[in-house]
Design a protein around this ligand. Structure first.
Ligand code: ADE
Ligand code: ZN
Length: 322
């Protein structure tokens, strides 16, 4: 664990912090079959060729998540690790549909994660919020139904997002679900431009009304889009180690787009995405870019500052955490 500047983490999937050791422990606790009960052997299978090859393993592992206690343990493990490494505030994605499809009640998911957040705040001061992500591969109607079904828990999450398989699932399919979220006063974000091109980023902005773009790397291919993102200071939550693991960036960190994004005046922050799978937490991402890219200390400071600016914290609280 690397000590680092205080940051907010805005792009992490709480399910992506499920370490192999916890997969094995929960499988044993819940009597779930795994291909191996050796955490090292399980981790040796984490070799990805693209986003889908990762998602297949990520969803398979999530079959071990069954009870409110499981969600509490998962949330507590991440928040403890994050607080110890300098994260002051986290806006955590969760994939509700994965769990309800696995037969878990919404109450267990919300109850466990909310309890972990409340306890972490009391013990370390870290603040955290939840963002409900719709799974693209289940389609637009399922997203709308999920949005409606989650409304009794409206006060437990601050926004909605869009994740899972990107190619073939453009943002336009999810306009209805995002429309309901908007009318409920929920924040809106979406993964876009991770594997698909700039047109998915345009759609997320224009058809879903998102306030932040998750990843957004391929937005850089379209100068008019870059100008819009810069002029409106729409945040991009960039995930360097994820990009390398999923081959959405060149294999060498030295060739990552991050310095070009900063030079364009884009509001970029550094995030871990799925830390249990991609080689590290947000502090590890900062350590990697500091070692692998020619960034000045001032630029690293800007990235940390941007994470608060890009967050959904009230302005007053942003100031006090920086
Ligand atoms: N779900 C978890 N991690 C994801 C990612 N990087 N892209 C899309 N969906 C995800
Ligand atoms: Zn993500």
């Amino acid at each position: 664990m690397m000590p680092m500047l205080p940051v907010a983490e805005l792009h992490m999937h709480i399910e992506g912090s499920l370490e192999a050791e916890l997969v094995v422990a929960l499988a044993r606790r819940n009597g779930i079959d795994l291909p191996t009960y050796d955490a090292t052997e399980l981790k040796n299978r984490y070799r990805f060729t693209d986003l889908q090859s990762f998602l297949d393993i990520y969803y398979a592992n999530l079959a071990v998540m069954k009870t409110e206690q499981d969600f509490y343990d998962l949330g507590t493990a991440y928040l403890t690790r994050a607080a110890a490494s300098g994260v002051r505030h986290a806006e955590m994605f969760f994939d509700l549909q994965t769990h309800t499809q696995n037969g878990v009640a919404q109450e267990a998911v919300f109850g466990g994660l909310t309890a972990a957040i409340d306890e972490a705040r009391a013990s370390s001061g870290i603040t955290a919020e939840l963002i409900l992500c719709f799974l693209r591969h289940l389609g637009g109607e399922a997203a709308t139904e999920t949005m409606r079904d989650a409304l009794p828990f409206r006060d437990r999450f601050i926004g909605v997002g869009l994740d899972s398989s990107e190619l073939g699932y453009p943002p336009s399919l999810f306009a209805e679900a995002f429309g309901i979220a908007g009318s409920e006063g929920l924040h809106r974000v979406a993964h876009a431009g991770e594997e698909a091109g700039p047109e998915y980023v345009w759609e997320a902005l224009d058809l879903l009304g998102v306030e932040r773009i998750d990843h957004g790397n391929r937005a850089t291919e379209d100068p008019a889009l870059v100008a819009r993102l810069r002029d409106e200071q729409i945040p991009l939550t960039v995930c360097p180690l994820s990009n390398i693991a999923l081959k959405t960036a060149p294999p060498e960190l030295a060739d990552h787009l991050l310095p070009a994004m900063l030079a364009e005046g884009l509001l970029v922050s550094i995030n871990s995405d799925d830390p249990a799978y991609f080689g590290g937490y947000v502090d590890d991402n900062f350590a990697a870019i500091t070692a692998g890219l020619d960034l000045s200390p001032a630029q690293v400071g800007v990235l940390a500052e941007n994470s608060f600016t890009s967050s959904f914290l009230p302005e007053r609280q942003k100031e006090s955490l920086r």
